[in-house]
Design a binder for this molecule. Structure first.
Ligand code: BTN
Length: 249
């Protein structure tokens, strides 16, 4: 079970993911930081934060069995983030947020008719014969959004709260750990039981995307966490999370 006692807090750190990759810390150790100097996202992108206003979190887990379905680990993580936010908003008596999983690893939020990126997930692994070390990193825009000048960004960053919200991002830890335990993140071999819930939040469902120079209709996510697409001749293809460079039309 993941518990709060296994957390280490840093005011500033290079990257919470890197720290757990570099150090051999026990299963379930998590790091939170007020800010990162070298926060990173997928495909070597930078992850920007606002000190003390972004939820920066990484946890290390050791699995005995090789995890074939890393994509669904990232989908379950996104599901935990969304369900934790829903619980937090219920406890604060605030109206529910409109949240989506953007396959394979983002959490999007719809607000005032605009959809933006609320959180990103970065899963990194080190595999040797005895064990499979997995670091799950989450960056969530808690209050206010960092300014990013990048015209290639598909979804502009959005934050959960306004800048004047007085509670710190650390409030979110209990909510997230509870959901990690509820959805058995330590034993992520049972994707099928959470599949329908993941589909409820599946942002790309029924959207047309352009992949390569062809257009596809997005169907569902398969049992491995891969994305199933149908081309214009009704032929099915499956893409994994390494070739997610597609355009949403
Ligand atoms: C992405 O959107 O591509 C993933 C972003 C992941 C950012 C988080 S912040 C905490 C952890 N430490 C990092 O350096 N990255 C992840």
């Amino acid at each position: 079970m993941l518990t709060k006692e296994n957390g280490i807090h840093f005011k500033t750190i290079s990257s919470t993911n890197q720290y757990l990759l570099d150090n051999q810390l026990p299963h379930g150790t998590f790091i939170i930081a007020d800010s990162q100097t070298h926060g990173r996202g997928r495909h070597n992108r930078k992850w920007y934060d606002i000190p003390q206003s972004t939820f920066l979190f990484s946890v290390v887990l050791y699995y005995k069995n090789h995890l074939e379905q890393l994509s669904y680990l990232s989908l379950i993580t996104a599901l935990c983030v969304i369900e934790a936010i829903h619980q937090l908003f219920r406890d604060l008596n605030l109206p529910e947020k409109n949240l989506f999983i953007k396959w394979p690893n983002d959490v999007l939020m719809l607000q005032n008719n605009t959809i933006g990126k609320l959180a990103g997930i970065l899963i990194e692994t080190i595999y040797n014969t005895e064990q499979y070390k997995v670091v799950i990193g989450i960056g969530l825009n808690w209050k206010g959004v960092p300014s990013i000048e990048d015209d290639k960004i598909k979804f502009p960053p959005v934050a959960l709260f306004n800048v004047d919200f007085e509670k710190s991002p650390s409030l979110f830890i209990d909510y997230l750990l509870n959901k990690f335990n509820e959805f058995s993140i330590e034993n992520p071999y049972d994707f099928v039981s959470y599949k329908s819930l993941i589909h409820q939040y599946h942002f790309l469902h029924n959207k047309i995307i352009k992949f390569g120079n062809k257009k596809y209709l997005v169907e569902n996510i398969d049992d491995k966490g891969f994305l199933r697409l149908k081309d214009e001749d009704n032929k099915m293809i499956v893409i994994n999370d390494w070739n997610e460079e597609f355009e949403i039309l």
